[in-house]
Design a protein around this ligand. Structure first.
Ligand code: 2DT
Ligand code: MG
Length: 216
């Protein structure tokens, strides 16, 4: 059997618009898995710690202006530069809970509606990256998000733009996405995530699960 089919960690991605509770739920899930004896790490994209990530951070905090196409490629490059480490961790048996991935990449750039930067263009640079074993979509309307105290100060944190991002996510998601009603209580959401993620982790631990590639 190839190494891909050995027991391994699970690759679990969280997506959703801002304020849906992704970071809170990811953190809680990782702590739960660790407490249950599962090797697990919390990752997030963009990873703002790398050289590319620092450019992205400058862009998001409006300290830098970067062309829409160019910054899209930086976000993608930020995933590619983490690819080997990501695969190494999974093969070593570590489960990765990842706060945003290529789906955010496509949704946020496509939401700009810039000439030429349609969904197909946005998807192209991420083709071939490792694909997650499960995608949890924390579903919250812009109105519900606003009721949570509004958005922050970063570039994309505006209601009108978030509405377009949500439309992009709706247009992109397929039946494999696990849609979670993010208007529920933190505890209720976490309970559902633990059950579903637990099953994914167990499946990958048993072996026989290949690591697939985007956009498969
Ligand atoms: P956080 O608020 O989660 O730090 O995200 N984004 C993210 C993109 O535009 N393209 C991408 O590929 C990714 C991963 C979403 C910061 C913002 O960056 C956006 C929100
Ligand atoms: Mg944010």
């Amino acid at each position: 059997a190839s190494t891909q089919h050995q027991p391994r960690g699970a690759f679990i991605v969280f997506e959703g618009a801002d304020r849906a509770g992704k970071s809170t739920q990811c953190q809680m899930l990782v702590e739960h898995l660790q407490a249950a004896g599962v090797a697990a790490e919390l990752w997030r994209f963009p990873d703002r710690t790398t050289a590319i990530g620092k450019m992205i951070n400058s862009y998001l905090t409006s300290q830098a202006e970067i062309d829409d196409a160019a910054v899209h490629l930086l976000f993608s490059a930020n995933r590619w530069e983490k690819r080997e480490e990501l695969l190494r961790k999974l093969r070593a048996g570590t489960t990765l809970v990842v706060d945003r991935y290529a789906y955010s990449g496509v949704a946020f750039t496509a939401a700009k509606g810039a000439p030429g930067l349609d969904r197909a263009w946005c998807m192209a640079p991420d083709a071939g990256l490792p694909a997650p074993d499960a995608i949890f979509f924390l579903n919250l309307t812009v109105e519900q998000a606003a009721a949570r105290g509004g958005y922050g100060e970063e570039r994309y944190e505006k209601a009108d733009f978030q509405r377009k991002v949500l439309e992009q996510f709706q247009g992109m998601r397929d039946s494999s996405w696990r849609v979670i009603d993010a208007s529920q209580s933190i505890e209720d959401i976490q309970q559902q995530l633990r059950e579903q993620a637990g099953a994914v982790v167990a499946r990958c631990q048993r072996g026989g699960e290949p690591i697939k590639q985007l956009w498969g």
